[in-house]
Structures are given as structure tokens and as C-alpha cells.
Design a protein. Structure first.
Length: 184
């Protein structure tokens, strides 16, 4: 898959996400996170890296609110070409890069201490390969940790095959509104 094909695929999936109504997005997001809650990986983990979703992505906010008093959540913050990891505190968020809410402060967390990472992507395949937004932030982060990596997506974001490049780090599980795919 060359650069042009990846760009077209990103655009096509973004258009599909934008076609979902708010209620369809909420129903799908709830189904996805209900499935995640049933996994042993989530039940066992206490230190979890989440992300704040863009308006057309699987919504993470309801899940963060539901579990933030039971689990220790972290969010990424863009710093140059890398992601910094900081504790999630709803009262300490501000709009950061790409108009995504990011944590403020200096209390950086070592990615190697995370137990579970919820990874955003434009698309996945059933082997756990992911097509990101093309900036490589998560690939650089994921190679620094042995945490279980879980991709969350709408079912239409799961493709037959996404060619992996040497620097790509696959996820261990892909969870959609229609099913769970164990990849490793």
C-alpha cells in the first residue's frame, strides 16, 4: 500500500465515520467499551493509557468518566514528534495539538509502567496491523512498552489486510461494535 493509497483510505474511512449519526456513534462506542470491560486484560489492568477521541472517532469520554475512580488512566500529549504520557485528571485538560484535549502539568509517566494501552487508528486488520494518521506518534510510543495493546474501532474500520512496515507495532486485540479479534 503506497502513500497515495493510504491517503485515499484515510479519507474514505473518515467520510464513513462522518456519516454516522451521533446516536449511532454513541451506540457503537458503548458496545465497543462493553466488550473491552469483559476482557481479562482490562479487568487485570490498573494503569491504562486512553486517548481523547476526535468527534468522529469511537467516543472514549463516557468510558473514562465511568472508570476513572476505579482505574488509573493516562492520556497522551504531543511534544514535537513524540507522545508524553500524563495522568488523566478531568480538571487539568486543555486543547492541544490537532484540537484534542490533552493533560497539562509536568508529571510525566514512563510508558513501560503501563499495563494496557487503548490505541486509536484509522483502520486495523485482523492480525492487529494498524493504519494510523501517518505521523508515527503511536508507533514510536508502542515500541517503548510491553503493555497489552487494544485497538478500538467501528466494524467498518477493520480491513482484510494492512501491509505492515518494519517500524509498525501491531495491537494484540481489536475490539469493534460487532466483535473482538484476538491478533496474537
Amino acid at each position: 500500500m503506497n502513500h497515495t493509497e493510504k491517503t485515499q483510505l484515510r479519507r474514505s474511512i473518515k467520510n464513513m465515520r462522518l456519516m454516522l449519526s451521533e446516536s449511532e456513534r454513541a451506540i457503537a462506542s458503548k458496545a465497543i467499551f462493553d466488550r473491552l470491560e469483559q476482557t481479562a486484560q482490562f479487568m487485570m489492568a490498573t494503569r491504562i493509557l486512553m486517548y481523547h477521541a476526535l468527534p468522529d472517532e469511537v467516543d472514549t469520554r463516557v468510558f473514562l468518566d465511568k472508570w476513572s475512580s476505579h482505574k488509573q488512566f493516562f492520556l497522551p500529549r504531543v511534544n514535537g514528534v513524540n507522545l508524553e504520557i500524563l495522568p488523566y485528571d478531568r480538571s487539568r485538560l486543555e486543547l492541544g495539538s490537532f484540537h484534542i484535549e490533552e493533560p497539562t502539568g509536568d508529571d510525566l509517566t514512563d510508558p513501560s509502567t503501563l499495563e494496557l494501552i487503548i490505541v486509536p487508528a484509522v483502520a486495523y486488520d485482523r492480525r492487529g496491523n494498524r493504519l494510523g494518521r501517518g505521523k508515527g506518534y503511536y508507533d514510536r510510543l508502542l515500541c517503548e512498552t510491553d503493555a497489552c495493546k487494544v485497538g478500538v474501532a467501528y466494524e467498518f474500520q477493520v480491513l482484510e489486510e494492512i501491509p505492515a512496515e518494519p517500524h509498525d507495532v501491531p495491537v494484540n486485540i481489536v475490539i469493534t461494535d460487532a466483535g473482538t479479534y484476538l491478533t496474537s
